[in-house]
Design a protein around this ligand. Sequence first.
Ligand SMILES: NC(=O)c1ccc[n+]([C@@H]2O[C@H](COP(=O)([O-])OP(=O)(O)OC[C@H]3O[C@@H](n4cnc5c(N)ncnc54)[C@H](OP(=O)(O)O)[C@@H]3O)[C@@H](O)[C@H]2O)c1
Length: 271
Amino acid sequence: MSLKFDFTGKVVLVSGSSSGIGAATAVQFAKSGAMVVVTGRRSDKLAEVANQCTLVSPKKLKPLEVVGDVTNNADIKRLVETTVQHFGRLDVLVNNAGGATMSSLADPEFYQKFLNEMQLNLNSMVLLTHLSVDHLAKTRGNIVNISSIAGLRAFTTNPAYCMAKCSIDMFTKCCAAELGPKHIRVNVINPGPIKTSAFTAVGLTIEQNDAMFDKMGSVTPVGRAGLPEEVADTCLYLASDHSKFVTGAQLIIDGGMVAANAFPMSAFKDL
Ligand SMILES: NC(=O)c1ccc[n+]([C@@H]2O[C@H](COP(=O)([O-])OP(=O)(O)OC[C@H]3O[C@@H](n4cnc5c(N)ncnc54)[C@H](OP(=O)(O)O)[C@@H]3O)[C@@H](O)[C@H]2O)c1
């Protein structure tokens, strides 16, 4: 039996919904009857996602499209204000916008890249949440944050991203503790490799991007990368009453990658 989700009458804001996990999440919420706010910097991509949302929406509801950059505080403020002006309420906030830049401590530009990474992945989420809390309290709302298994394991290729995602995990717990009495639940999802076009944002071709995800997927116990829709389903579960006693929780969606620890047994082949 599959779970049924009904978000009729609910307003759902998904940051970073012009592609990938955020786009799939916005579409799934629209399919479940929600009034959706889609946002990102690329207006053409937003329009495509908004169109998909309208097509699957039972009442053919049109999403609100807000073009903006989450590293710009004024854009975040405008995003929340426009949402509440347009729909009159906010029920669910999915904090998904983010991305990883490759840079390690030896990189001469490391410190600036670290600051940029924190701004994009962590600071933006903190501000968007801060500005949304009063609205969510009125609706006994819900927050789902998108972290990463990079918040749980150290990757030498991008420590700043690991630190940002790890902070998101603790931010989630702090929010859950503080906002529980206001009837706002807050949870975090830690995805492993999910086949999106994320690496094209850092200059890879789509072929290189897909090859990278296929390679990462091949080392998971299930032997494949995940799909954006698989993360989206979990977002809907956490935002729904099916999980009404779940708050401050971390849900890993990684095909078993962290559990298996990808231990290099080949290192022991000569023993
Ligand atoms: N794919 C994975 O394997 C994976 C694994 C773990 C965690 N995650 C996390 O999942 C989230 C979504 O990633 P994805 O894989 O779906 O990648 P994606 O397809 O590249 O999506 C990233 C989204 O974030 C938005 N975004 C990026 N920078 C932004 C900015 N400065 N201002 C506003 N929006 C911005 C993008 O919109 P615009 O470009 O239009 O601005 C896009 O909608 C991220 O937080 C990522 O860290 C992904």
